[in-house]
Design a protein around this ligand. Structure first.
Ligand code: ADP
Length: 499
């Protein structure tokens, strides 16, 4: 870390935060974990330890859930008007914006992502989402419902906050995923216990301080750090009403099963293997950068990464050469270096997994057009990798790699509309998909038939705070962002009065 400070990449302020003794955040207080157990947080750019963070055990989780329950049932939050709630959510956005440079550095150090992306995308998006969600707090409406019963009646519905929420997030966009979870839950009037991923807990711990600074009442947002055991304790807890999870499909399945014991409301945002279809009429100046951003942004660690590209035979070579050129342009290095465009993979475990998939692709007969190796000799860097001549039975096509590895598959004129749709949909996942063509009618027709929660046309990856985001099939269910996210944190009550 000293080297980073000396180089001017890391501020003394951020370094001081990282070096301090970290705590759990319960009832707006920093508290030590009961067991005293900690785990190490590593810098993915060199594998060195940067911090020790407390591991919350089931007793700590119980304290956090109690705090959230008390704040939900009584106290200022339970009585707060929607306008005041909205102001607090907005204020949290303002404070995050005020601390955005510092948070971006922290995120880049912990997760490895380029500082320019952390600041320009993760932080800006998070602030925007808080402001957007703050606006919804005053617009959560019920209906007045005409009923057909005999006599005089008055019936209406209202949307009430669902209660205490456990929010479990992954390591690819640590702070942004935390904000995706807490912003709509706050707008709806819920209380929550957030668990960041064990690989990347630091930005959530700094967020805890900012939540207290924003004046959000105690117990409304609690933050516990720990690994899957801490997450499991939250899912098992009988006083948690809802679990909102983003992470791998396997863990999501486990959470669904465990949540069933106490009939928790569960929403899941899981893995993806998003197809991108390139037609002969596609504008290459738009298509190539779109596909490259789709797969190389965040080192491919995006659940909607454009990892499965179907390119028409007539443009196949152009697509492969274009991706190769884009991969060649990548400036690989530590995320904190402002010139870096491709940072390391976030953890050693994930790094090994990505390397394993590249080897499997090679052994299965895929052609490695670019990359295919580790970069440098420290940290978890993988070269941007382009695999050509991949086929649908290969593991690199069927499974989520979650790294900067793109597979290109040719299709021909004998693949009609139906065959192409069938190929794009031939996956367990259904999170994102894209279509590149100048024929807009064709694109919209395909958009209807592709089984994915988001279909992009002539782009791949962008999200907006107003657009619902989530999965079809084994990519999960429930939608984040847009009003759909607020709905996810509410339940409908019917009131029927005999007049
Ligand atoms: P990955 O395998 O990519 O690390 P996971 O889905 O395992 O992704 O992790 C995402 C989040 O889920 C992390 O915060 C992790 O600690 C948490 N988690 C892992 N296992 C469980 C579990 N059994 N129950 C609840 N949360 C879990």
């Amino acid at each position: 870390m000293n080297q980073m400070i000396q180089s001017g990449f890391l501020s003394q302020e951020v370094s001081n935060f990282v070096s301090k003794t970290h705590h759990l955040f319960i009832n707006n207080k920093m508290v030590a974990a009961k067991s005293g157990e900690t785990f190490a947080v590593l810098n993915p750019a060199n594998g060195e330890k940067i911090a020790d963070v407390p591991h919350a055990n089931p007793e700590d989780v119980d304290d956090a859930v109690r705090a959230a329950r008390a704040a939900f049932e009584s106290g200022p939050w339970a009585r707060m008007t929607p306008v005041d709630r909205g102001k607090l959510v907005w204020r949290l956005g303002d404070l995050i914006e005020k601390h955005a440079d510092e948070l971006a550095q922290l995120e880049s150090l912990d997760n490895g992502k380029p500082i320019t992306a952390a600041r320009g995308v993760d932080l800006n998006f998070g602030v925007e989402l808080l402001r957007y969600m703050g606006g919804w707090s005053t617009k959560i409406l019920g209906n007045s419902v005409p009923v057909s019963l005999e006599g005089d009646w008055h019936a209406y519905t209202m949307r009430e906050p669902v209660g205490v929420c456990a929010q479990i997030v992954p390591w690819n966009y640590p702070l942004l995923m935390a904000i995706w979870k807490i912003a709509p839950a706050l707008a709806a009037g819920c209380t929550m216990v957030l668990k960041p991923a064990e690989q990347t807990p630091l930005s959530a711990l700094r967020l805890a301080e900012i939540i207290a600074e924003a004046g959000i009442p105690e117990g409304v947002v609690n933050i516990v750090t720990g690994d899957g055991r801490t997450g499991a304790a939250l899912v098992e807890h009988p006083d948690v009403d809802k679990v909102a999870f983003t992470g791998s499909t396997d863990t999501g399945k486990r959470i669904m099963k465990t949540g069933a014991d106490t009939v928790k409301k569960v929403s899941l945002e899981l893995g993806g293997k998003s197809p991108a279809i390139v037609f002969p009429d596609a504008e290459m100046d738009v298509t190539i950068p779109g596909l490259a951003t789709g797969i190389f942004f965040n080192a491919g660690q995006s659940c909607t990464a454009s990892s499965r590209i179907f390119a028409h035979k007539s443009v196949y070579d152009k697509v492969v050469a274009g991706l190769e050129a884009e991969a060649n342009k990548a400036i690989i290095g530590p995320g904190l270096d402002p010139s870096t465009t491709l940072g390391p993979i976030t953890s050693d475990e994930q790094f090994q997994k990505v390397c394993g998939y590249i080897d499997a692709g090679r052994n299965d007969g895929a052609e490695i057009v670019f990359g295919g190796k580790r970069w440098g000799n420290e940290g978890y860097f993988v070269e941007p990798t382009v695999l050509a001549n991949t086929t649908n039975d290969m593991s690199v096509i069927r499974e989520e790699i979650f790294g900067p590895v793109v597979c290109v598959i040719p299709f021909g004129d004998d693949d009609g509309h139906d065959e192409l749709v069938q190929k794009a949909n031939d996956t367990d996942f259904g999170l994102g998909a894209s279509v590149f063509t100048r024929d807009i009618g064709h694109a919209h027709k395909l958009a209807r038939r592709i089984k994915a929660g988001t279909v992009w046309i002539n782009t791949h990856l962008p999200n907006d705070v107003a657009l619902p985001f989530g999965g079809y099939k084994q990519s999960g269910y429930g939608r984040e962002m847009g009003f759909e996210a607020v709905e996810l944190y509410t339940q409908v009550k019917t009131v029927l009065a005999k007049l």
